[in-house]
Design a protein around this ligand. Structure first.
Ligand SMILES: [Zn+2]
Length: 175
């Protein structure tokens, strides 16, 4: 359903070299992410992957940071989502951590939010650790959105009133 011209679509894929294990292995430099969680106040900066290998202890720390802050339930974040964030951060040239509005969401929390707001999908990818809501203090929100769309790595939702962009590793789509 992409409306991008084909040439641009191919360029977007080439710019996100994290799609296959072989492609990751060809980029041996450490991949580092930093986060600042807006609800818990917790911060984390760490190398989470190197080449084809994701670092299990780092993934566990990320899972803990991005837990459902409403009830403490820890989910499993999709490593491909971390690669998407890493690529996005590099593209934008940001020097600040990703500010986290929402990472993993337990089914109970998602149900509660869905009942309160039409903007929360009942089958949200937040429940499978494949979605995250973020902003960057040093990049305008529209630029974050546009760069995420340019990556073609999954869904991109723009929430101007709440000042965050949703990115996920599901089907390529936008709202
Ligand atoms: Zn979201």
């Amino acid at each position: 359903m992409s409306t991008l011209p084909r040439r641009r679509f191919v360029a977007a894929l080439a710019a996100a070299p994290w799609l296959t294990q072989a492609a990751r292995a060809a980029h041996p430099e450490p991949r580092v992410l930093s986060f600042a969680h807006l609800h818990t106040g917790e911060r984390l900066e760490l190398e989470y992957a190197r080449g084809a290998d994701y670092l299990p202890d780092a993934l566990a720390a990320v899972n803990h940071l991005l837990r459902d802050f409403r009830n403490g339930e820890v989910g499993t974040m999709d490593p491909a989502l971390l690669d998407l964030l890493y690529t996005l951060h590099g593209r934008l040239g940001s020097r600040r951590p990703f500010e986290i509005i929402s990472g993993y969401r337990s089914p109970a929390t998602n149900r509660m939010l869905h009942e309160r707001s039409s903007g929360v999908a009942s089958g949200s990818l937040h429940m499978s650790g494949r979605a995250i809501d973020v902003r960057l203090a040093d990049v305008p929100l529209e630029r974050v959105r546009d760069a995420a769309l340019g990556l073609g790595g999954g869904g991109v939702g723009y929430y101007a009133a709440s000042n965050f962009v949703h990115v996920d590793t599901g089907r390529v789509r936008r709202w």
